[in-house]
Design a protein around this ligand. Sequence first.
Ligand code: BES
Ligand code: MN
Ligand code: ZN
Length: 503
Amino acid sequence: MRTELSFATLAGIETELLAVLATDTQTAKGPDAKPAPLLLTNDKAVQAAAAAVLASGEYKAGANETLLLHAPAGLKAKRLLIVGVGKQAKVTVHSVRNAAGTATRFAKPRAIRELTFALPVADSLPIGPSMRAAVEGAFVGDFDPDTYRSDRKDLSVRSFTVAAGAGADKSAVEVAFGEGVIVGESQNFTRSLVNEPGNKLTPTIFGQRAAAMAQEAGLACEVYSTEKLHELKMGAFWSVSQGSAEPPALIVMRYEPKGVTDGPVLGLVGKGITFDSGGISLKPGDNMEKMKYDMAGGAAMMGAMRAIALLKPNVRVIGIVCASENMPDGKAQKPGDVQTAMSGKTIEIINTDAEGRLVLADGLSYAKQLGATHLIDAATLTGACVVALGMINAGAFSNDDATFDKFNEALATSGEKFWRLPLGDEYADMIKSDIGDIKNTGGRWGGAITAAEFLKVFAEDTPWIHLDIAGMAWVEESKPYIAKGPSGVAVRSILEWVRSYGK
Ligand code: BES
Ligand code: MN
Ligand code: ZN
């Protein structure tokens, strides 16, 4: 998708489709209350073109509710699309992100390949953040997952223009626009990886994709395999890989801005299970195909590293992805086995399906060995997290309030929903082992928390955040602004958290 920025007046823009936002200002309640949509533009010609239909009472401007006018009077645009952002009091830049996605997804099935999005004008919508959100939203909306369909029609929007308005502060708007492109493309890069089936994206291929991205974005990148795992004594990581015919990949990406030699080193660690069958503790067949997206945490780290490389914050960052399959085999690990992690801690394997925490344990230790002073991990780690928070919020955990506060602030920019869940010694007790130091499951209750407690053992005293994105990495039902399929969750939030250390 090509993106452009325009400072022309809306009425004069020649385009296949001009999208303008509207908010619902209705305050009266009851069956007779008439819809009161308000266009979020100062352009008199656009207001005139939409006046009659907005007065008709047929359109409410509910969130992502659309209304199309052909040949709008007084405008050079061929079509005028009004996209609702819902109740006026609740409108935020995140509504703008979704509205831009909705406009894009409106255009695609109608083979409208080019559209212009009018940046909304409202007191509650700061221009820079709205601009960035609009561009991100357009990229999010443009993505469809049907890459292997042989009769696939490429319906991507070819050209997306944001009309910032004639009076806009050019330099501020240009910076935000550029950021939106980088972030939107990076999130879609992550989504395209998550979308790949396990046979097309083995750990080795995952490593190759990381290396190619790193080369393009200007990151240092090394991809290791079995030998390196043995050399580093990554007994936890290897225990997951040992039962697979596909070798593991230990992917290390480094962002080292020139002149930055002290201050924090941020370690980003992602779970990269390219297929999770459960191993010997085999999963039931129903929905097992979904477990191709068990590398979404790793892919999120790659997308974040891409955006970091291009946006160049003043802080050093190391990205580590622990990529492996989890398969049953004669060589696979068994329940009851005891493994020794890189840190020296011994782990009793209760359930081979609790594999994510095993690969992450050694990934966290390695990030620390490479100098990370702060850690963040992302993983499709537990079904229990989905039970707790549904598919609305992802889970978040931390051993350090100050570090978590920074992450929470990042959410205001990213618009992503993470809910902090507790840790505590009583939960840590649930993963004590009779034979070794810890066991890899803590029973049925509080499963997302005991998984986090397991990781905390390896983060040790280093400030650390754990993101459980099991319920959020895959969109189960299409929405007006995003297709069913991989979401790219966590890329934007991790990026903003990183930037908060080096702006
Ligand atoms: N990859 C799964 C978790 C998952 C579940 C991701 C649903 C996405 C959607 C993970 O490896 C797993 O199998 N976890 C087990 C842990 C249990 C054995 C303690 C689970 O959640 O059931
Ligand atoms: Mn599993
Ligand atoms: Zn898994």
